[in-house]
Design a protein around this ligand. Structure first.
Ligand code: IPE
Ligand code: IPE
Ligand code: MG
Length: 245
């Protein structure tokens, strides 16, 4: 493994927009689903790489709210792949003390995917190692809308006053409640946009864009992203002098 510069400055939470499966398949003259199948090895590599680095949370954008607009065949293929991968990987997660979590509108997943996911989350719920968070049927705007509904409900029941809504209250009503914001967000495939990912949580995240198509993404690419992260100065609105002192 290529050593990163500073083992003490490893991000606690890395979020990844795993993009480029379709283009990877097209380059090989294959169907898009072929790219999605080859994405699984990259997911396994990212998990192993995150574990090696000592990352605590890894959020993987797996299926967006907007992805429901894709051709039905592709959606079906992705959902089947989700069920198969979860089924295949639960023993690995148990062996490596990995906990599986999810964010997003999982109720909208097909019943087979919903129940497999639920089962895997329950099976791994007491694991204390890396937390792998799958963003499924997820979008930041959906999540913020949900949070607003939950808060509005509490206000209508008299459990919360409008004046008591703080940034912390907002954060506590998101799907990611209790999870620290990512310090590093990686997007593969050379696209420079957020595509509705973690809009609240990425407020101060360092962004890293890689030209690598997701099925080709390996530990060395993750390590390169973390090395790049370590060369950044995170200022949080302060001056460079303030953060150095
Ligand atoms: C990312 O790869 C996987 C999902 C969005 C589910 P894409 O399928 O978006 O691949 P490209 O962007 O078309 O190459
Ligand atoms: C973002 O990728 C969603 C996931 C990686 C799951 P997309 O491929 O859907 O994003 P756009 O449509 O190119 O912005
Ligand atoms: Mg894409």
């Amino acid at each position: 493994m290529k050593e990163t510069k500073d083992r003490n400055r490893i991000p606690r939470h890395i979020a990844i927009i795993m993009d480029g499966n379709g283009r990877w398949a097209k380059k090989k003259g294959a169907m898009r689903i072929f790219g999605h199948r080859h994405a699984i090895q990259a997911v396994k590599d990212a998990i192993e790489g995150a574990e090696d680095l000592g990352v605590e949370y890894l959020t993987l954008f797996s299926f967006s709210t907007e992805n429901w607009s894709r051709p039905q065949d592709e959606i079906n293929g992705l959902m089947e792949l989700l069920v198969k991968t979860i089924t295949d990987e639960v023993p690995m997660m148990m062996k490596n003390n990995i906990r599986l979590l999810s964010i997003g509108d999982v109720d909208s997943l097909p019943p087979s995917a919903y129940s497999k996911l639920k089962e895997a989350k329950e099976t791994t719920s007491t694991n204390t190692g890396l937390q792998v968070i799958l963003a499924l049927s997820y979008s930041g705007q959906w999540e913020l809308t949900q949070a607003t509904k939950r808060i509005a409900q509490k206000i209508s029941e008299g459990k919360l006053k409008p004046s008591e809504i703080t940034q912390q209250v907002m954060a506590d009503h998101l799907d990611t409640a209790g999870i620290p914001d990512p310090e590093l967000m990686i997007r593969t495939s050379g696209e420079f946009r957020l595509s509705n990912f973690l809009l609240w949580q990425l407020a101060y995240t360092e962004l890293y864009f890689s030209p690598v198509l997701w099925p080709d993404f390996r530990k060395e690419h993750l390590n390169a992203a973390v090395s790049d992260f370590q060369s950044r100065e995170r200022r949080f609105g302060m001056t460079g002098e303030q953060v150095k002192s």
